[in-house]
Design a protein around this ligand. Sequence first.
Ligand SMILES: [Zn+2]
Length: 474
Amino acid sequence: MKIAIGGIATESCTFSPLPTRLEDFRIMQQGDTQFEALYPFLADHPGVDFHGTITAKAMPGGPVEASAYATLKNSLLAGLRGLLPVDGVYLDMHGAMNVQGMDDAEGDLIGAVRELVGRDRPIAASYDLHGNVSQRIMTKLDIISGYRTAPHIDTIETRARTLSLLLRCLRAQTRPYKAFAQIPIGLPGEKTSTEWQPGKDIYAAIPGEIDGEKVWDATIQVGYVWADEPRMTACAIAIGSDESAIIQAANRLAQRFWDRRAEFQFGVDALSVDDCIRRALAVEAGTVLISDSGDNLTAGGPGDVTALLQRALVLQPPDLVLAGITDAAAVRACLDAGAGSEVSLALGGKLDNRNSQPLPVRGEVEFIKADADNPQVVLRLGGIRVLLSARRTSFQRRQQFLDLGIIPERHAIIAVKIGYLVPELKAMATGGSFLALSPGAVNQDIAALPFQRIQRPCYPFDADMSWTPNAQLV
Ligand SMILES: [Zn+2]
């Protein structure tokens, strides 16, 4: 059996002014190299011949430049063409890519793969759970399976499950039926985590819908709300050998999601920037984490909005680490000045000039990490330390702080440009955590975003709407 593997994965905030360019993509896998780290489960399938096309991933950001997408797509298709004939294709996707001038980028890519391999070869895709799925995607794919956790701790498991479903198709020489129910709900990930209710119950119900025969697999997509495109919704999907069983399963999952829509709330206290800092200052022991959620890099925020820093400079907390601000010019100026020097800078506000403007500061260059690819600097402004990076950097791991001479547990307040806390950040938050409702491209006040193209009615924009799930075979 010969399987081709590839994919293009990113999450695109259409409200971000910062486009995602070709150089923002990392080629994770090309040809037959670097398979093991990404897909360690391939070894569980001896006798199957796996070949790579190209797997490209970019950090969440603004819409992908059309030329960048065309380059990656052509490269994936060229790789695939060189492998033909293949028995099946596995695509490692995210599901919320937006390409400038194009709706439904995944639909375009998957459609092109379908065109190339023909109708007889099964195509399977694994998704994040923040993907926006279209009818076209469902039609072109044979198998789709999404994460069941947010924060995402089941990425490898999801990829492995998707591949197993593809191999099952090939071994049994069959295809599953697919049921698809779009759910007219658009909510931020910070309200729909699977760590608290109702996301926890809604996702916990998925395995109970799968019997391995009539229903092979089921998926709920929360969707990605910062995308002003017609396909932006949540959805429920079930695949299997029994048409009515999968329709019922998808409808039950969709109905449960809908019934509990009003319960989706932030998992921690969500407050203004000032209130977050004040509340954190009142905590007597431990380290308090503040999510600077409006500029959350992991949801597509550019990463240089200075609103939180601006307020911190006014409120003057005695010990706050801000991780961080992306500013290549400021980093360059600090490197030129050298560790221990005083520098005057106009910080941030260059990438996201809609939500921020450069903030004049004067401080001390406390630490330099002279990495060639992404130099970083700790800039000290009294009790405030700002972690500056030349490239967009999401601080999610303890080691990233240690690399900059910051021992997280020794600091009273750490502000991170993130939404919900990923496991390592959560472990740091010994004094608790707050979510700052800060400005930015991915700010949590979604009702105030200038949507023009999403399907209406949609909850919570049309709060009083009624709806009944109506899963369709696709
Ligand atoms: Zn996600």
